[in-house]
Design a protein around this ligand. Structure first.
Ligand SMILES: [Zn+2]
Length: 402
């Protein structure tokens, strides 16, 4: 048994002052005078700190972690063309050591749960061995019906290979790349596998203006792109039909910046989530997600970094800072709290016993320093975002990460 004493414990939505948290693998109790109750426990005191749950980063692409400045930013199609031009050199460049270093950075920056989109299965072993919670999304992509059988069997092989490693902290999940890049039948078949195994699903949806124009009218920047690369003249899916494929599943719709009201209606009805990646959206010129509109449709959202293919960092503190500044109309104090609460407790929404500090939940926690001159208690969330680049300590299932 261990006990941490700290001036603040954020559960995350409640602030508990001058208290203690007793834990083994899971949280045993939060309260006062726990040292007397558990005299054999090892006690650690963190002065001027807050203990809070680790972050959940539900959407990243670890296999692209070698990118720093290879890919071009500013416009979605320019970026996509640069991905196609460089992916064959970029992916092998992120070898075992690069993957392990990325995971280490993720944990050191306070994240204890991730949703990893895997295009090739190269990151499987690293993530099976890593001590954090992993929703491992084997991704299917391909709009050419002639290649569908090969692509589907490759996807199945990766999904079931990951499935063998399932545990309370590792789940084999299904990602359908996007409505513009996956043939309807292929998406349908992959999602039937997800249904059969009650697996979490994820898809990039309505990320760019180009995607909107292409799927609605077969026009826009994607028109030349598909002609050039795939000799394809019509979109692979109609957006509404594509969305209906996710009926009955638990889905993370990633980006949704360009989703229309009809589509949000369906996402809401499916009780699905929208994953907001503000830095990636900014870098690829995709605009800003309307969070108030999501609220009107009663759609829950959380934040993610996306991969290093469209971000400079996998650190959630960076993402939260970006979110604060990219939504200037949001009242900053309650919005900062909303960001921290969502980006920690989303681990629970993803089906892990993590993301909230209370009795029985896994002791996946981070300890962050609090400015000594904090004078208004409810501003603690804002100051954590503003003043933290990395937590002081991270605990995974009760074990301090060194
Ligand atoms: Zn992505």
């Amino acid at each position: 048994m261990q006990i941490i004493k700290a001036p603040y414990i954020l559960t995350p939505d409640k602030i508990i002052k001058d208290s203690q948290i007793a834990f083994e693998k899971r949280v045993v109790e939060i309260g006062k005078n726990l040292e007397e109750k558990y005299p054999k426990a090892t006690v650690t005191e963190y002065k001027e700190c807050a203990v809070m749950p680790g972050f959940c980063n539900p959407h990243l692409h670890l296999e692209f972690s070698a990118n720093r400045a290879t890919l071009s930013y500013g416009d979605f199609l320019i970026w996509l063309r640069s991905v196609i031009a460089h992916r064959e050199s970029l992916v092998p460049k992120c070898d075992r050591e690069c993957l392990q270093n990325s995971v280490k950075e993720i944990i050191k920056s306070g994240t204890t749960t991730i949703g990893a989109i895997s295009s090739f299965g190269e990151d499987l072993e690293t993530l099976v061995r890593a001590p954090l919670n992993v929703a491992y999304f084997s991704e299917i992509i391909g709009s050419n019906p002639a290649a569908a059988d090969v692509l589907y069997s490759d996807f199945l092989e990766r999904f079931y290979r990951a499935k063998k490693y399932e545990s309370e902290r590792f789940k084999s999940c299904v990602a359908v790349h996007s409505p513009y890049s996956v043939h309807y039948i292929l998406a349908k078949k992959a999602l039937e596998v997800a249904k059969k195994h009650d697996a979490l699903t994820s898809t990039h949806f309505m990320e760019s203006r180009a995607e909107r124009e292409w799927l609605d009218r077969g026009e826009g920047d994607f028109k030349d792109f598909f002609k050039e690369f795939l000799n394809q003249s019509a979109p692979a899916n109609r957006p509404m039909e594509f969305l209906q494929l996710f009926e009955g599943l638990k889905t993370l719709f990633v980006h949704a910046v360009w989703a229309n009201e009809e589509e949000l209606e369906i996402i809401s009805r499916q009780k699905a989530f929208v994953i907001h990646c503000p830095v990636s959206n900014r870098l690829l010129g995709n605009g800003v997600l309307d969070l108030d509109r999501l609220k009107r449709f009663d759609i829950p959202y959380s934040l993610a970094t996306d991969g290093l293919s469209s971000n400079y960092s996998l650190n959630m503190f960076e993402e939260l800072k970006a979110a604060l500044f990219i939504h200037p109309q949001k009242p900053i104090v309650p919005f900062a709290k909303e960001l921290i609460v969502k980006s920690t407790s989303f681990a629970t929404d993803m089906g892990f016993n993590s993301g909230i500090l209370k009795e029985g939940m896994d002791a996946d926690m981070q300890v962050v320093e609090i400015p000594q001159d904090l004078s208004v208690e409810e501003e603690i969330y804002l100051h954590i975002i503003l003043h933290t680049t990395r937590p002081k300590s991270v605990y995974l299932k009760g074990v301090k990460y060194e």
